[in-house]
Design a protein around this ligand. Structure first.
Ligand SMILES: [Fe+2]
Length: 152
């Protein structure tokens, strides 16, 4: 007997009161503007608390721009194999990364690509400073950058 999975089986988003529920499988990947091979699904966006929760995916050998966190970030790897250019560690299914404000790094995927669940929690709407190779700020990603990928 197959258990009925209820309303989320074929509904991307439901809410009761303040609680939001999401079937991420029903939300499309969106390529991140200016970051080829990097994709996002925004799960929830909590503007009042400067928080965004999302799935992030990189194609094999894709890289995301070097950045400094202005928020606290956490990431749980769901699959693939990836790392930071500045470190030796590789992340794979089940590993967890905690990135406090001030962390600077360049995430890249190996030939296996990667998918993570991540949460950014800020003290303002500023999430990331995008840096050049000399750590000069060349762009700033605020909560509204993530909001453009939110599919309600
Ligand atoms: Fe990061």
């Amino acid at each position: 007997m197959t258990l009925d999975r209820g309303i989320l089986a074929d509904t991307a988003r439901t809410a009761y009161g303040d609680i939001e529920n999401v079937n991420a499988d029903l939300i499309k990947w969106r390529e991140v503007d200016g970051q080829p091979g990097n994709y996002i699904k925004v799960l929830t966006l909590d503007v009042a608390n400067n928080r965004v929760d999302f799935l992030f995916k990189q194609d094999p050998h894709a890289e995301f721009a070097k950045h400094e966190h202005k928020c606290t970030a956490v990431a749980l790897t769901l699959d693939g194999l990836w790392g930071y250019r500045e470190g030796k560690e590789l992340h794979f299914e089940g590993t967890f990364s905690y990135e406090p404000p001030g962390s600077i790094h360049t995430p890249y995927a190996t030939e296996k690509g990667m998918t993570v669940y991540a949460s950014f929690q800020g003290t303002s709407d500023l999430m990331l400073d995008i840096l050049d190779e000399d750590d000069k700020v060349i762009d700033q990603l605020r909560l509204d950058f993530f909001a453009q990928y939110y599919e309600g």
